[in-house]
Every structure is written in C-alpha cells, then in structure tokens.
Design a protein around this ligand. Sequence first.
Ligand code: SF4
Ligand code: FES
Length: 149
Amino acid sequence: MKDITKKYTNGEVTIVWKPNVCVHSEVCFHGLPEVFNPNNKPWINAEGAPTQRMIDQVKRCPSGALTYFLNADAAAEGGIAPEITAESIVEPLPNGPLLVYGNIVVKDAAGNETHKNKVTAFCRCGASSNKPYCDGTHAKIQFTDKPNS
Ligand code: SF4
Ligand code: FES
C-alpha cells in the first residue's frame, strides 16, 4: 500500500496524518470536531483550535495515524521533524480500545514479533477483524465498558 502522509499547519504546529494507518475510530472527530471533521475538505482545519488543544487531541489518536511537530523545532532541526517521544502509558479509551503509548514488541501465538511505536490500539471489545489490534468496530457495535447493570 502506498505510504501517504498529509500535513496541516497553523504556522506554529503541524499535524501529520497518515490515512493508511487510520483505523477510523473517530476519536479525533468526537474529541475536537472544530479541527477534525470528515465532512469538510480538507478534513483537518489546523486553524480550528488553539495549538495546545490540538496537540492534546492528536496524542489521543489510537492508531498513531495522527502525529504532530512544532514548526519551530523542525526549523531548528534544519527542517526535519523530530520524532515525538512516546511515554510508557497504558490507557483504556472510554468505550474503546486499550491504548499503549511507547515502543513495544507484540508477540503472537506463533512467536512472530511485530515492533510498534508511538501509540498502539488493542481491541478491547472483541469484535475487531484485525485482532489483537482495534479496527474501529467498537464504535459500530456500540461497545461500552460500563459494568452490566
Ligand atoms: S485513528 Fe486517529 S486519525 Fe483516524 S479517526 Fe481515529 S483518531 Fe482520527
Ligand atoms: S476495541 Fe476497537 S474494535 Fe474492539
């Protein structure tokens, strides 16, 4: 599959989107529709919210399809965007996947290893067609992590 990368900037921060990595969980759309709205063209409006608010939302992208860099940092590095250093955090996304931030190795039952970095979204609803990873199906089946009443 062709590796596509799209960039959107407000002059201060640049949001980077990799459509081939996106699992269409719509975390971005629900969290900050002023910026991430699939009904608009382009679907990312980097002028739609303050820089820090957009960065906070980008960090919540479960697949790593969204990343960012500060333009000042990129300029200081001679135009090369620095890698965002992921923190080691495990976070269950409400009604969604289990997010693991950081560099990890995922080993399957046959012992095959896959290296992942930034953010990895593991299916928590059981309905993904791409287990152990989330493929966005939890939204379709309206998965809830609330205890059964
Ligand atoms: S994977 Fe990331 S970019 Fe794709 S819809 Fe979800 S939050 Fe948005
Ligand atoms: S948690 Fe996303 S598909 Fe299961």
